[in-house]
Design a protein around this ligand. Structure first.
Ligand code: FUB
Length: 331
């Protein structure tokens, strides 16, 4: 069956930030659940008012999508006050883990965990956020040696600039000057029980083809938010959103903690300000899950999840997807 390219996978709710995983032989998608409201937007992302998570699943590519319903609500997370942003899920030692950012009761973004015995939830939240966690957009890799890593961080509303000194400074809004290395995402090793960090999170360095750090002014390539990690032929692929230039790009390393060398663009800009994705292998093929705002005709905070097959060359190069060009060519 042909992949239903550039179509929302569900239309009964607004969905975004899809984290796709194969669990128990099915594709499970852990998206944000955008609220349907018409309040104004700002650069702080206050319009992204999400309160809960749904889990979606697909038995086969092109097949029906099942919505397993609400699996966690902010009211059931003791430490969180609002803005349940982009989540991820992982499986380890017989349990499923939902990792999610939200603002705490002091308005600071933190990252929490909820657990379930089933990939479709419901999930029960831990009473406290992960000690030492901050910012947004967790993505978790359980490596082949069973060590787990969390990648996270986002500029602007994601508050990463406010942590530059190593502690939270609420009044800091600017990142480094344009001719200085850009802020990177952070990586933290997760403990065996997946509920805490082992050691301090470390900032990841992303470098160009000559080994020089990508600079803060290089908005076509510098990290903004939405990290994802996948492993292919023993290499680690860090992909992320460039935010202000609206691309999904990738960088590669032999080490899960970097440094990562910039390689290219995976997804050109989509309808809507944000772009956020995941990459998953399913039955021997690779897929890109992403979102745009086409379901709401361009309202940034009313988004819809889509997916497409990725072409990956023998040398690991990922072919750029131009979603609207391809759909015109197919029509
Ligand atoms: O969905 C809210 C935020 O928008 C996410 O955390 C970012 O990655 C962006 O997609």
């Amino acid at each position: 069956m042909r992949t239903p390219f550039n179509q929302p996978i569900v239309t009964h709710i607004y969905t975004a930030d899809p984290s796709a995983h194969v669990f128990e032989g099915k594709l499970y998608i852990y998206p944000s659940h955008d609220l349907d409201h018409n309040e104004p937007s700002n650069d702080n992302g206050d319009q992204y008012k999400m309160e809960d998570y749904h889990v979606l699943s697909i038995d086969e590519i092109g097949g029906e999508v099942t919505d397993h319903g609400q699996v966690l609500h902010v009211r059931d997370v003791p430490w969180a006050s609002k803005q349940m942003w982009a989540p991820d899920a992982a499986y380890k030692n017989g349990k499923y883990y939902l990792f999610f950012p939200a603002r705490d009761h002091e308005d600071v973004f933190r990252i929490g965990v909820a657990t379930s015995m089933s990939p479709q939830g419901p999930f029960e939240a831990e009473p406290h956020y992960i000690p030492g966690s901050f910012s947004i957009d967790p993505a978790v890799l359980v490596d082949d040696d069973n060590q787990s890593y969390m990648y996270f961080g986002g500029l602007w509303g994601g508050q990463l600039e406010k942590w530059q000194s190593g502690s939270y400074k609420p009044d800091v809004a600017e990142g480094p000057p344009h001719d200085q290395p850009a802020l990177g995402p952070y990586v933290a090793k997760l403990s065996e029980d997946m509920l805490s960090f082992e050691g301090q999170p470390q900032q990841i360095s992303i470098v160009d083809e000559d080994g020089n750090p990508i600079l803060a002014g290089d908005e076509e390539r510098r990290y903004f938010e939405g990290p994802w990690m996948h492993k292919h032929h023993n290499l680690y692929y860090l992909s992320y959103s460039t935010g202000t230039t609206h691309q999904i790009v990738y960088a590669v390393s032999e080490n899960p903690q970097g440094p990562f060398q910039y390689k290219g663009v995976i997804l050109s800009p989509v309808v809507g300000w944000t772009t956020h994705h995941s990459i998953v292998e399913f039955n021997g093929k690779w897929f890109l899950f992403y979102h745009d705002s086409s379901l709401s005709e361009g309202v940034n905070h009313k988004r819809c999840v889509k997916y497409v097959e990725l072409n990956i060359g023998e040398d690991g190069t990922i072919e750029t997807i131009h979603p609207y060009e391809v759909i015109e060519a197919e029509a």
